[in-house]
Ligand binder design. Structure first.
Ligand code: EPU
Length: 356
């Protein structure tokens, strides 16, 4: 087992924030985790699991041992009458995996094209875009317990998926479908994820940006590949490419409010973008709330609000020369945005990324 010391984390986070890991271990299989746990020096020390680094803000050097997930591989596991069950290693790049499934003839993930990050991090966030969330295509996952080294498998109910939420984001206990499950925050390293991709595939449409593409192209029944191409084009037009401008995707979750709270906000500004959900609650577009407080293009130091989408915070620094935004600047900007949205609309925005 190789424990690397003082490892720069800038290449391993999509915000390109400069930080170091005091110690870093690359995990290629469960055996690597077991070896680490059995090690007299490192076994009992706190650990931090790093996937694609697309959902973290480093506010300083990381003291826990960083476990960088590099589990590879993708394969068809089995074919059931209804679905192709396809598996990928936690260290696979999410977008490359999505493209691979389409090339193999297993559609179903196309609406989630170009989401930054790795396959292993995707269930933690229950990633989603353009009407499809990971939980809609999820079959099961294998993980290793970071305290005992034991391998375990979870189905969807055990993952307690919610909007950008799962059992992996909570300690204590979590409610899932009327049951209590044990929170797995800092406890699990996801090795492999399996997806059930429906044989009776139907395009998931209805999202405004997708409908616009259909109208533009005069197409009412797109193929999975067309949807994939449209989603890539839509995202490239409004979201910054982390390879060019450091960012972690949407910085805040879209808040959910009661119809009464929504009516109160509409009274303050009738233009507020909102969607009625099946359970009677109302989802507000956080990007719109931030935008209407005048934040687009504003900065704190080298941390800024993206000009084309106010929900995305960006690192305006050069990226590799150490002159970029610090995690402190990103968080100062985030707090200022939270305060101004709260003062204007009475809504406290909740950040999406993990702050380390
Ligand atoms: N809007 C503004 N101003 C802005 C940004 C947005 O007025 O600066 C308005 C838009 O015009 C639109 C509404 O807000 O009417 C919603 O914007 P958009 O359709 O771009 O989606 P979003 O709510 O900002 C969510 C996800 C994205 C996902 C898209 C598409 C969250 C927090 N974000 O963004 O996910 O790609 O929908 O499904 O749920 C991510 O999580 O990292 C992410 C990029």
């Amino acid at each position: 087992m190789l424990v690397e010391k003082n490892v720069p984390l800038q290449p391993f986070n999509t915000f390109h924030i400069v930080a170091k890991a005091h110690a870093l271990v690359r995990v290629g299989s469960e055996a690597d985790v077991r070896e680490l746990l059995a090690d007299p020096e490192w076994g009992g020390t706190p650990k931090f699991v790093l996937g694609g680094g697309s959902n973290v803000v480093f506010t300083g050097d990381v003291k826990p041992v960083v476990l960088k997930v590099e589990v590879k591989g993708r394969r068809l596991v089995e074919e059931t009458p209804r679905a192709f069950i396809v598996e990928a290693g936690g260290g696979e790049i999410w977008h490359d995996f999505v493209a691979w499934t389409l090339a193999q003839g297993y559609p179903g993930l196309e609406n989630m094209a170009l989401i930054p990050g790795t396959v292993g991090a995707s269930p933690v966030q229950n990633v989603g875009a353009y009407g499809v969330e990971l939980q809609d295509r999820f079959d099961s996952l294998d993980a290793v317990d970071l305290q005992t080294g034991q391998l375990f498998t979870l189905n969807a109910a055990q993952c307690a998926f919610g909007y950008r939420d799962s059992v992996f984001k909570h300690g204590g206990t979590v409610q899932s479908g009327g049951h209590q499950v044990l929170g797995l925050k800092d406890r699990a390293l996801i090795l492999r994820v399996r997806f059930a991709l429906p044989k009776a595939w139907k395009p998931v449409l209805g999202y405004a940006d997708i409908e616009k593409k259909m109208a533009e192209q005069g197409c009412i029944q797109p193929t999975a590949q067309q949807l994939f191409d449209w989603v890539c084009a839509i995202r490239r037009a409004k979201l910054p490419d982390p390879a060019v401008i450091g960012n972690a995707g949407s910085f805040f979750k879209n808040p959910t409010v009661t119809p009464e709270q929504c009516a109160d906000i509409i009274a303050r500004d009738p233009k507020v973008v909102h969607y009625h959900l099946a359970d009677g609650s109302v989802k507000l577009a956080a990007g719109w709330l931030i935008d209407s407080c005048g934040w687009k293009g504003k900065s704190v130091g080298q941390a800024g609000v993206y000009e084309k989408q106010a929900l995305v915070l960006v690192n305006r620094g050069a990226g590799t020369d150490g002159n970029g935004a610090t995690g402190g600047e990103v968080m100062t900007l985030a707090k200022a945005i939270q305060t101004s949205v709260y003062e204007r609309f009475g809504i406290l925005l909740e950040p999406e990324p993990v702050v380390v």
